[in-house]
Design a protein around this ligand. Structure first.
Ligand SMILES: *[C@@H]1O[C@H](CO)[C@@H](O)[C@H](O)[C@H]1NC(C)=O
Ligand SMILES: *[C@@H]1O[C@H](CO)[C@@H](O)[C@H](O)[C@H]1NC(C)=O
Ligand SMILES: *[C@@H]1O[C@H](CO)[C@@H](O)[C@H](O)[C@H]1NC(C)=O
Ligand SMILES: *[C@@H]1O[C@H](CO)[C@@H](O)[C@H](O)[C@H]1NC(C)=O
Ligand SMILES: *[C@@H]1O[C@H](CO)[C@@H](O)[C@H](O)[C@H]1NC(C)=O
Ligand SMILES: *[C@@H]1O[C@H](CO)[C@@H](O)[C@H](O)[C@H]1NC(C)=O
Ligand SMILES: *[C@@H]1O[C@H](CO)[C@@H](O)[C@H](O)[C@H]1NC(C)=O
Length: 594
């Protein structure tokens, strides 16, 4: 009886009309809202000093002559007369001529630095407001690092100009896909690119320097390329003049080609993705030498340095991993002990967080642990915890033991980074492989060896993990927050979300006006920023920064269709156009910064 009367009450309540009386009024079209504009960065915001200037630090790297090299094109012949100089013009030219670069094209628009023009006010009008809102009760800390990122091979072009010699990227793609020779021509358009970042309000710009442009002959004792040094000096000074704080990465998948010798990066000795030459015996000393040259030149004005980008994708094998750890530690010590830099030196990882399909199943949890241990723990254990490589790695690679640390080596390589950068694009549902992890890890013929974890984009309830992009990325902010908790509680180091971004499904096929109205990407960014705010304020996880990838559409390793950019780039004219997501991301941050 009681139940019945409740039901009756509920039914009665539902039956009552929401609107009691309907009204007529005089209809008028809504007026156009007054345009609002992006808030640019404060031009004085980047005037900090983080170390002594190069004049004081120059003695900290080996004295080598500084010189200037030319430009190479396939149809040129070597007319240089200094063939007796092993580091001369002639030798430089031959490095390109003998590299056998396939179908080198030179249809770039620019051959010289372009002076910037003021960003037109009409391009800074904010997009129409959305009909839904994000929470605005939480705030970012006042010293939060907010900005955007890009990488040299993906944007610069000018690969055989201003002294640069071949990197492994020129060999990565061996089919008919576009190469990195031209890309966004940012090498000559950087001033305009930086002006545009400042105008829309990006506070930090994270860029990368190609090793082979600073040291064309790569190894210790070889000459420094003056044009290369001057170029990045001006990139840094241009950032500062607009109020943008520069972040510099020393290598982003573009190691000099010579470390591979005659080997093939995609097959020889590459158990994990590509072999970027990090396992070469000469690598650590050479990388540290290169790093010292960059740090001594720029540490006065650059607050944050990153040694390696996503090393798991290019370490190739455990010896490469060990070298990454050792080189990172040595440069970290150099930065703090010799340069006495008061900024930060860190590293950035990829992993796309493995989450057990069934967290109540210990085997699934073990698979997730293995997924993270091999991809992150291999570097993070020594660099953040002073601990050895994870058991998962040691139990899988048992033949060639050169990668194992001796006690002294481990001590030497421990605690070598100030922050943990993570590129948390999306997440992965993981389960153990058929037959179990142990059977897989001891069987090099197993299709999932060496990671030995089955990966999926479908949840146990049958739904996909999120809203799909053009590539592997799905919109997964809930797991991103969980990931931040995992990283902080595992490695106990400050975290920078050093890349995150979303290539809209089939964006490149849309008309320009529809490309810039990128709602999916905008939701991705704001929901990921919200996850960061929740991790900081509710979970007490120390996230110190967020760098959106990428500041413009770029060369995605042979592909222009995976558009990760916050700006459209016209591939014919090189013109840039802000997307809605850029406005929304910056506004989201500005409204929640303290
Ligand atoms: C180079 O160009 C030739 C002729 O257009 C073409 O047949 C070949 O496949 C191209 N090679 C690569 C690697 O793109
Ligand atoms: C290692 O790097 C050096 C350059 O420092 C190169 O001459 C050599 O061929 C490389 N060795 C292998 C095995 O790739
Ligand atoms: C590397 O090896 C793969 C597989 O054998 C082959 O397809 C590719 O062409 C090779 N690449 C180079 C640059 O030799
Ligand atoms: C280790 O050596 C054995 C015997 O030569 C071989 O079957 C196995 O595949 C090797 N394992 C690795 C990881 O190279
Ligand atoms: C320890 O590191 C120093 C310099 O960083 C190096 O000279 C030395 O060889 C290293 N020792 C070992 C055992 O790795
Ligand atoms: C190793 O894996 C291969 C491929 O899955 C399989 O055919 C073979 O039986 C496995 N070997 C052992 C010893 O389990
Ligand atoms: C790039 O610009 C050219 C010249 O203005 C134009 O014809 C072309 O349609 C543009 N491309 C795209 C993809 O918008």
């Amino acid at each position: 009886m009681l139940k019945l009367s409740i039901l009756f009450l509920v039914a009665k309540t539902l039956a009552q009309p929401v609107v009691e009386t309907w009204v007529y009024s005089s209809f008028e079209y809504a007026p156009n809202p007054e345009p609002t504009y992006a808030t640019s960065v404060d031009p004085k915001a980047a005037s900090g000093h983080y170390a002594a200037g190069y004049d004081k630090l120059s003695t900290l790297h080996d004295a080598v002559p500084t010189t200037t090299y030319g430009k190479w094109k396939p149809d040129m012949s070597n007319t240089y007369t200094d063939s007796d100089d092993e580091y001369g013009q002639s030798a430089w030219f031959e490095m390109w001529a003998t590299a056998n670069i396939q179908n080198f094209t030179d249809s770039a628009l620019y051959t010289d630095t372009v002076e910037p023009t003021a960003v037109p006010t009409e391009s800074l009008v904010r997009p129409p407001p959305d009909s839904f809102k994000f929470d605005d009760s939480l705030k970012f800390p006042s010293d939060f690092i907010f900005g955007v990122a890009g990488s040299a091979a993906q944007i610069e072009g000018a690969v055989s100009e201003h002294g640069r010699t071949p990197s492994i990227q020129e060999f990565l793609i061996n089919d008919q896909r576009p190469r990195d020779y031209i890309t966004n021509e940012n090498y000559y358009l950087y001033k305009q690119d930086i002006a545009r970042l400042a105008a829309i309000g990006a506070e930090h710009y994270s860029f990368t320097i190609p090793w082979s442009r600073i040291l064309p002959f790569v190894l210790p004792g070889t000459p420094i390329n003056k044009e290369g040094i001057d170029h990045y000096d001006d990139v840094i000074n241009t950032c500062i003049s607009y109020g943008i704080k520069p972040i510099v990465t020393l290598t982003h998948f573009d190691t000099p080609a010579m470390f591979l010798g005659d080997r093939n990066m995609s097959t020889d000795d590459a158990y994990f993705y590509y072999n970027g030459g990090y396992d070469n015996d000469t690598f650590v000393e050479a990388f540290v030498n290169y790093g010292k040259i960059v740090l001594t030149h720029y540490a006065d004005r650059v607050p944050i340095f990153i040694g390696f980008n996503e090393p798991f994708l290019y370490s190739g094998n455990p010896l490469g991993m060990k070298h990454v750890v050792q080189a990172t530690k040595q440069l970290h010590s150099f930065y703090h002990d010799e340069i006495k830099g008061c900024g930060k030196f860190g590293i950035k990882f990829n992993d796309n967080f493995g989450v057990p399909e069934d967290p109540s199943n210990p085997d699934h949890v073990a698979a997730a642990k293995r997924f993270q241990d091999i991809q992150l723990g291999s570097y993070g254990n020594p660099l953040f915890l002073g601990k050895d490589f994870p058991d998962a790695l040691k139990e899988t690679f048992t033949n060639d033991t050169r990668y194992l640390f001796t006690d002294e080596e481990l001590k030497n390589a421990s605690f070598g980074a100030d922050f943990l950068g993570i590129d948390p694009y999306t997440y992965t549902v993981v389960t153990p492989p058929e037959g179990g992890i142990e059977a897989c890890q001891s069987n090099t013929s197993h299709p999932l060896w060496p990671l030995c974890v089955a990966e999926s984009q479908t949840r146990s309830d049958g739904w996909k993990i999120g809203y799909k992009s053009e590539s592997y990325v799905y919109i997964t902010p809930v797991q991103f927050r969980e990931y931040l908790n995992y990283l902080w509680n595992t490695f106990k180091a400050p975290i920078i979300a050093s890349e995150f971004g979303y290539p809209e499904w089939r964006e490149s096929e849309k008309a320009l006006g529809d490309q810039v109205y990128d709602l999916g990407r905008s939701v991705y960014y704001r929901s990921f920023m919200e996850a960061i705010l929740q991790a900081i304020n509710i979970d007490r996880v120390k996230v110190i920064g967020a760098l959106a990838w990428s500041f413009a559409d770029n060369w995605e390793f042979g592909d222009y269709k995976q558009q990760f950019g916050l700006q459209v780039v016209n591939r014919t004219t090189q013109e840039r156009y802000y997307k809605k997501s850029f406005f929304d991301l910056v506004q989201y941050y500005q409204e929640r910064s303290s």
